[in-house]
Design a protein around this ligand. Structure first.
Ligand code: SAM
Length: 234
């Protein structure tokens, strides 16, 4: 049976334009954690060396993966949406070394035998998956010292836990609905520490100063400690 979330994300993909050809610095690839152009930190947050393996959960059309490939990493992107992955293949056909799979984040993390040097998600599957299921799998899928990082919109004050995201469809159709999980930074920190992550930082990066939009970006980063988690925490 087709996952209804895939159809919802295919619809989203149709309305979403491809990434610009170049950024403000004239670069053809770059890493963007936020919903604003030319804003926020870059790939350095992942603390990777050339040759490192890195997994993008909900990679969409693959702009961040392409940048990591040009830096010499071994990037793997997974996404529920065939249309999003098609856009990634079209746009980055000249960038070698991208590995893309159509998969659900939980299923992929459960099934893969690869242990990654970093796992990240930009407004991606981490936002749209129950963190009590995903965080222990991300921990198990990382090398000791590996970075787990993700970004998403911060919660609306008072709206916490599982929320409904509406994806517009045709004018005479109901929107598609996907679930997402919203928490304040201190709740994310506690959750990540509970599942064995260390050096956790969770902050809201303010919107760019001169933008009319004011919503910041929740940015969470944590490091897998040396210890594997006991099965009871899974
Ligand atoms: C808002 S888009 C962000 C895409 C991309 N990370 C970016 O920055 O442009 C969310 C992406 O997450 C994917 N996604 C959502 N839930 C997922 C899941 N459970 N497993 C894999 N991918 C998922 C969607 O298909 C979609 O491409």
């Amino acid at each position: 049976m087709t996952d209804p979330r895939s159809a919802a994300w295919d619809t989203y993909s149709q309305a979403k334009p491809q990434r610009r050809q170049t950024n403000a610095k004239g670069e053809t690839t770059w890493f963007n954690w936020t919903q604003y152009a030319d804003h926020g930190p870059g790939a350095e947050l992942l603390a990777l060396r050339p040759g490192a393996s890195v997994l993008d959960l909900g990679c969409g059309s693959g702009g961040n993966l392409a940048h990591l490939a040009t830096l010499g990493m071994k990037p793997v992107g997974i996404d529920l949406s065939a249309r999003q992955l098609g856009k990634a293949r079209d746009r980055w056909s000249d960038v070698g070394g991208l590995e893309l799979h159509q998969a659900d984040a939980l299923a992929y993390l459960r099934d893969t035998s690869t242990i990654f040097d970093a796992i990240y998600s930009v407004f991606g599957a981490v936002w749209f998956t129950d963190p009590r299921l995903l965080v222990p799998l991300a921990h198990a899928g990382l090398q000791p010292g590996g970075v787990f990082a993700f970004s998403q919109r911060p919660p609306v004050k008072g709206c916490y836990g599982c929320q409904a995201s509406y994806v517009p469809r045709g004018a005479d159709e109901d929107p598609a609905i996907v679930k997402r999980w919203d928490y304040e930074p201190d709740i994310w920190s506690a959750l990540l520490e509970e599942y064995g992550f260390a050096e956790v930082t969770a902050t809201v990066l303010p919107a760019p100063e001169h933008d009319k939009r004011t919503v910041g970006t929740l940015l969470v980063r944590a490091v897998r400690g040396d210890q594997a988690q006991p099965c009871s925490a899974m």
